[in-house]
Write a protein of this length. Sequence first.
Lengths: 139, 900
Amino acid sequence: MPTAACRRPPSYRQPKSGGAILAAMTRQPKDSDKLNIPQGTLDLMILTIVRREPMHGYGIAQRLKALTQGTFQINPGSLFPALYALERDGKLRCEERPSENNRPARYYSLTAFGRKELEQAERRWERVTAAVTSVLQGA
Amino acid sequence: MTIFYRIRALVRWLFRRDELERALDTDVEDYIERSAAANMRAGMTEAQARRAARIELGGVEQTKDRVREALSLGSVEAFVADVGYAFRTLRRQKTFTVIAVSTLALGIGVNVALFSLFQQLLQRSLPVPAPDELVNLTDPGPKLVGQVSTSSSPSGGPDSVFSYPTFRDLERAQRSFVGLAAHRSFEANVTSGQNARLATGILVSGSYFSVLGLTPALGRLLGPQDDRVDGSAESVVLSYAYWQSEFASDPKVLGRTVVVNGVPLAIVGVAPPGFHGTAVGTRASVFVPITLHGGAAGGPVPNHDNRLLYWVHLFGRLAPGVTREEAAAEIAPLYRAIVSDREAPLLTNVSEQDLEAFRSRPLVLEPGARGQTRARILVPARRSLEMLLAACGAVLLLCCTNVAGLMMVRGAGRNGEMAVRATMGAARGRIASLLLAESLSLALPAAILSLPVALLTMRGIASAVPGIPTAGVDVELSLAATLVAVGAAVASALAFGLFPLRNLIRIDPGKALQAYSGRQTSSRGVMRFRAVLATVQIALSMALLVMTGVFARTLANIANIDLRLDADSVVMLTVSSTGRSREAAARLYERLDEELEAMPGVSAVASSTVPLLSIGGIEGLATVDGLEREPLAMSWHEVSPEFLDMFGIGLVAGRGFSARDVSQRVALVNERFAEQIGLGRDVIGRRLTGINVEIVGVVADAKVGGKVTGDVGPRVFSPILNGPTFYIRSNRAAEDLLNAVRETVVRVDLTAPITRLATMEQQFLANISVERFIAGASLAFAALGTVLAALGIYGVLAYAVAQRSREIGLRFALGAPASRIRRMVVRQVATMALVGLALGAVAVLPLGSAVRNLLFGVEPYDPIALAAAAVVLMAVVLGAAYVPARRASRVDPMSVLRYE
């Protein structure tokens, strides 16, 4: 074994191939088979969820959970920062109205800008996944 | 797009923070409610359900924090948030904020005002394109030989005047300039429609405006077609300011006729805004072709034929690519040829030597970007402005140190806060940013407030400072001045923010937390420096207060001066005869005299040539026939026969004037004259040497002219029928009488400009304007200095008390009475005060000798003024010390010692 390797932290292993990268991404505590959510994907999923109808925070969280079938680990604590950032950036708009039991609730919906963003992102996502899939399949 | 949202987010984040927080609350609450409801449906109790919901969310506050963090914009936002925080803090500490902001506003304001004046008077280039290409022509060589005479003007002395034919010769022959231009200011009586105004006019050559490269605001400017024929002028250009004030910016003014010194001229255009002519310190209202016929301007100029009368000022614009040196080399031989071939042959009875010197005079080109002026006018102004500027710079520095002191007082109480911030992991940069934000939140409102201060200061200076030619000063704040204000504010924010910053940043969080209110957080050096500074400020205000006292006494003494004449219920009126022939002027004054006397309620009318109580006058030397002695310096007063009676100037010997004397060669002298000439009453019957005037009487000494603070000098009174200045005595109220007089003048002659219309009280105040200005200025500076000194002392003491609160608490705990604690604090100020007072008393010496000749009836080292100043200052110092002393005596031993 080369001496240089000895200085590496024990937990570090050099990935050898694409498969290894995926393996590294999925390397999580053994008691969980959930994935860390890739950057930017959460935004995309939120936009998709509210595309059909205005939804409140809890509803979005539930939909997320249902849609990903538990593949991704989404803490509601990280849902709200994303929601507010999207609202700030003008992709979501928010409307406050009384909920079923008469407390105020905030309902998020897509803006025109958000819709455009979503469509663009979907196209981009399709191209990327297609490319990645073909690479993975070709390899 | 994104930038727009970010800015909107920033604004919302800062100013609608409440809204954001409310939205967060709603969202989080709603989430927990729904999640808990779901959990309860799954069989949990309500408490369990809620707990589980909160856990699922990942903590309420944590979630909110993550949102806040996601929306934050990094260091910029942090700084802006700091500013917001600083504003909120400062709004709570109103007293501190008001004191600090107004101190800074004062300091910055006076500096901006001085800077504006300085820049306008001394540094501003003419508002023309490429002013650096302009050069002034001067001829410093000897020229006053033989029949040569010069006529100087505010634009320049004998070195910068040329004869008109020489100008035309040079203009034709030169090749190095785009053009040469001639100008000369004159006093213009401008009559337009409803009224007559005395204004400054400039005679300009046709090339004047094109050489300057100006474009008209309206119509056209004067050009070569306007100065073709010597002795004839038909057009006039108005200055923009004059067009605004006299014609209300009426665009239909073109083609209308104004009468300038009796010559009707058609208005052809308006000069661009901001252009007031090329003479620094004068403000021209009308521009008239230089070919205006001689005599119209009054005096010897314009004169278009005499080569030996020098009166026009010349400047030129260098041709492209020609340097000043090249132009000088080209024009020098041309000038020499003109001087030696055309001017020199006209001289007679001149020695060969003088003639040679006259012929070989060089022509010198000087930079002309700033226009032309007499050094004599600007040198004293520059000196006094530079001194004022330095003084104001020092004032700003003091303001900054004092505000720094106040901030340190606050800072001392905040060592704990800062220590906590530091321990909680705030980087030094963050603490610095917070402090800087606080400094700026003080300095920027101060910068805004400083602008009105500056405007008022400038107005005050422009109306009051003697010796500064304010005629050409625009009392307005330029962009440059505003930038200076903001720059000064930021610089001072850095300056006064630096002190506490240094102190606070050096805090070791651990130690400071332990000691909390700080055992020895400030270095002894800083304290000593600030004590010295406070002492110097006391000394300075002491000196200024003494000066104020001395000047107050001077003014009081002046008010009690016995003028030895009775000027009650008299108003004076001066009507200019500029532009009229001698006969026309005599007719005008005669009619005025009649009409004024006919006014209801008027009991007497008299007149004179030199206005009563004016500082200038006609001075000369006189002696009487048959005396072998040096002539006596005297002032010459031409007065109407009624003048002496009207002012109650009594006859001592001989006879007074009668109406018949006006055409006779007779005169009266005052007692001082009779005494100093050495003849006493025997002077009656003698003739004044050289002018064949017989002295027929001696009158009492009265202060009819010169400074009222001066002695009555030898005076000679000569009779005239009526002069340009009239005195009207009436029992009517002053305001009413002044209006009635004004109406009378307008009725008599619409074209006669009133140059002075005032009560004798106003004239008296004008006579002592220098004294009043100095008294006012020293009062202002003394007040400012005293306020600053009080602030300085307050800062030092309050800081010391804050630093020593533990020690004070301990003393209390050990049984010291409050009075002893107060004494302990006050003792600290006593040393500073005593040393300061002593130093200030010494500083009065040089100050006093500088102003000695402005004082009247009081010595600069006046014991009463010294004592009064000391008392006032001690009161102020003790007042400033009172607050911290009281605070010290109220220190709660328990709360202080609890930190141990």
